[in-house]
Design a protein around this ligand. Structure first.
Ligand SMILES: Nc1ncnc2c1ncn2[C@@H]1O[C@H](COP(=O)(O)OP(=O)(O)OP(=O)(O)O)[C@@H](O)[C@H]1O
Ligand SMILES: [Mg+2]
Length: 488
C-alpha cells in the first residue's frame, strides 16, 4: 500500500526480547524503534506520533507501587494510542491490571509470532479507526473517504453534521456494504468524544456464548473456562464511544441485558454482583429490518426505542446510481496505486454497464468487482465482458459444501480477526461450521436426533445442547447454505 508506514514504539528492558519483537514488527511492515526504559518511552511518545506501543510490564512501573502506572500515564496522555502490554509474568493480575489501566491488550512472554501479529493488527486497525479521518464527498486519495455527491448521500452528510455533536445513541441503518462502518467512524470523529477511544464490537462475529462476557466482562470462575477476571468492552469504553455493529444479531437475553445497561448506566460483570457505573456513547448499526424483527418478536421494542434516539439511513447503491462513476474512479485508482499500476483505462461502455447493475452487495460489492477487474485488466483496460464474469463470481452465495466455499469462510474469518472485528478466527469459524454441520445432519436424518447424534459421533445430550445453542429446531429442514455477503 502506498501509504505512510505505521510506527511502533517498543518499550522493553530485555535486549534479546526487544530484538525479536522488533524483528516481528518490521516483518509486519512497521517502522519500529525501541527504548529500554519506561520514562524514556513516555518522553518518546510525547514527541513522535506512534500508531501503537508495546510495553513490557517490567518497564512499566512509572512510580506506581502496584506497577503498570506507566500504562495509565500513557493512556491518559494518548487515549487513542493502543498500548499492548507484554509480560514475562503471565499472571492474570498483571493482565487485568493492565487492561484496567487502559491497555489495549495483553500478551504473555514469550510472545508467539501469530499472537503477536494478530494483536498488533487489531491494535493498528483500532488506531486507524480512531485517528485516520474519514473524509466526505469526493475522492481525496485515501481509502477512508465516504464517496458520493448524490442527493441521497447529501442527506446522510446532513444527518452526520446534525447528529455527531449530540451526546445521543444513534442507530445506523442500511443494507450490507453501504458504508455503515465509515459513517460510524465519521460520527465518532466529529463527536464530542473524538479525543477518547472508539471501541468496536461486531455482535455477529462473536459466538453467542462469548458475547456477554465480551461486552460486560466476567469475574473469575463465572463459568467453565473463566480462569481469570476479564474487563468487558463497556468498561473499556467508559467516557468513550462504543460501536455495537450488527446489533440486530443480539439474542433476546442479551437484548434485555443491554436495555438494562442503557437504562441504568451501570453494568454487572458476568458472575459478579457489583454494579459498575459506565458512561458510554453508543453507536449501533445493523443491516437488518428491526421493525419486522420487532413484529416477529425477535427484537425488543423497548430496546429499539432506547437505541433509536437518532438514526441515519444509509441508502443502497441502487438508490444513488449517479455516484457509481465517482466510486468506480475512486476504487480503480486505489487499487492501481496499491499495486503500483498505471491508471486503468475503462472501455467506453463500462460505466453505463456498472450503473445498470442491481448491486445487492452495494459499495462493498462494487469495490470488489473493481478490484478484480483492475487486476485482470492488464494492458487493454477494463471491458464489459470481463465485468460480467466477475459480477457473477461476486454474486455467488458461499456454499459450505464446496471446497471453494470453505476457503472463503476461512479467509473471511481470518479477515474479520485481522480487522479486529472478531476476537479469534478459530472460534468464529468453528461456530459457523459446527452450526451448518449440525443442521445438515439433522436434515439428512429427517429430524431424528438419535440418528444424527450417531452420525456426528456426539451424545444425544450434547447434540441437544448444541442445537439449542445454535437455535436449530430439530425436524425442520434447515438451510444448509449459508449466504454470506455476496462478495465476502
Ligand atoms: N460511500 C462510500 N465511499 C467509499 N467507500 C465506501 C462507501 N461506502 C462503503 N465503502 C466501502 O465499502 C466497504 C464496505 O463498507 P462498510 O464496511 O462500511 O459496510 P457496512 O454497511 O458496515 O456493511 P455490513 O452491513 O456488511 O457490515 C468498505 O471497504 C468501505 O470502505
Ligand atoms: Mg459493517
Amino acid at each position: 500500500m502506498a501509504e505512510t508506514p505505521q510506527r511502533l514504539l517498543l518499550i522493553d528492558p530485555n535486549e534479546a526480547d526487544a530484538r525479536s519483537l522488533l524483528a516481528l514488527a518490521r516483518e509486519a511492515g512497521l517502522v519500529a524503534e525501541s527504548v529500554a526504559e519506561g520514562q524514556a518511552g513516555f518522553e518518546r511518545a510525547k514527541v513522535e506520533a506512534f500508531n501503537a506501543i508495546i510495553l513490557d510490564a517490567a518497564a512499566a512501573d512509572g512510580g506506581d507501587p502496584k506497577g503498570l502506572g506507566l500504562v495509565a500515564q500513557l493512556h491518559a496522555r494518548h487515549p487513542r494510542l493502543p498500548v499492548i502490554v507484554v509480560s514475562g509474568d503471565g499472571s492474570s493480575t498483571t493482565a487485568i491490571d493492565a487492561i484496567k489501566r487502559g491497555a489495549f491488550d495483553f500478551l504473555a512472554k514469550p510472545v508467539g509470532k501469530q499472537d503477536f501479529q494478530k494483536v498488533l493488527a487489531a491494535a493498528l486497525a483500532a488506531s486507524r479507526r480512531m485517528t485516520k479521518p474519514v473524509s466526505i464527498g469526493r475522492a481525496s486519495g485515501g481509502e477512508d473517504t465516504l464517496i458520493g455527491e448524490s442527493r441521497a448521500m447529501m442527506e446522510v452528510y446532513k444527518d452526520l453534521g446534525r447528529i455527531s455533536p449530540m451526546p445521543v445513541t444513534v442507530v445506523l441503518r442500511g443494507e450490507t456494504g453501504t458504508g455503515k462502518e465509515l459513517v460510524a467512524r465519521a460520527l465518532y470523529q466529529h463527536g464530542h468524544r473524538a479525543h477518547m477511544p472508539f471501541i468496536a464490537v461486531n455482535c455477529a462475529a462473536i459466538p453467542e456464548s462469548l458475547l456477554e462476557s465480551e461486552l460486560f466482562g466476567h469475574e473469575k470462575g463465572a463459568f467453565t473456562g473463566a480462569d481469570t477476571m476479564r474487563i468487558g468492552r463497556f468498561e473499556q469504553a467508559h467516557n468513550a464511544t462504543l460501536f455495537l455493529d450488527e446489533i440486530g444479531d443480539l439474542d433476546l437475553s442479551l437484548q434485555s441485558k443491554l436495555l438494562r445497561v442503557l437504562q441504568e448506566k451501570q453494568i454487572q460483570r458476568v458472575g459478579g454482583r457489583a454494579e459498575i457505573p459506565v458512561d458510554v456513547r453508543i453507536i449501533a448499526a445493523t443491516h437488518r429490518n428491526l421493525e419486522s424483527m420487532i413484529a416477529d418478536g425477535s427484537f425488543r421494542e423497548d430496546l429499539f426505542y432506547r437505541l433509536n434516539v437518532a438514526s441515519i439511513r444509509i441508502p443502497p447503491l441502487r438508490e444513488r446510481r449517479s455516484d457509481i462513476p465517482l466510486l468506480v474512479e475512486h476504487f480503480a485508482s486505489l487499487v492501481a496505486s496499491e499495486f503500483g499500476l498505471e491508471s486503468v483505462a475503462l472501455a467506453h461502455d463500462v460505466t453505463e454497464f456498472l450503473r445498470q447493475q442491481p448491486w445487492p452487495g452495494n459499495v462493498r460489492q462494487l469495490q470488489n468487482v473493481i478490484r478484480k477487474a483492475v487486476l485482470k485488466a492488464r494492458s487493454y483496460g477494463i471491458r464489459v465482458s470481463d465485468l460480467r464474469g466477475i459480477l457473477e463470481e461476486t454474486r455467488q452465495p458461499v456454499r459450505i459444501e464446496t471446497p471453494h466455499g470453505l476457503h472463503e469462510l476461512i479467509t473471511d474469518a481470518l479477515r474479520r480477526s485481522i480487522d479486529g472485528e472478531s476476537p479469534g478466527a478459530h472460534a468464529l469459524l468453528m461456530a459457523r461450521v459446527e452450526g451448518d454441520l449440525l443442521a445438515e445432519a439433522i436434515a439428512l436424518s429427517g429430524g431424528n436426533q438419535a440418528k444424527a447424534a450417531r452420525w456426528l459421533g456426539l451424545s444425544r445430550l450434547t447434540l441437544r445442547e448444541k442445537l439449542r445453542h445454535y437455535r436449530l429446531h430439530p425436524g425442520e429442514r434447515t438451510k444448509s447454505t449459508r449466504t454470506a455477503p455476496p462478495d465476502s
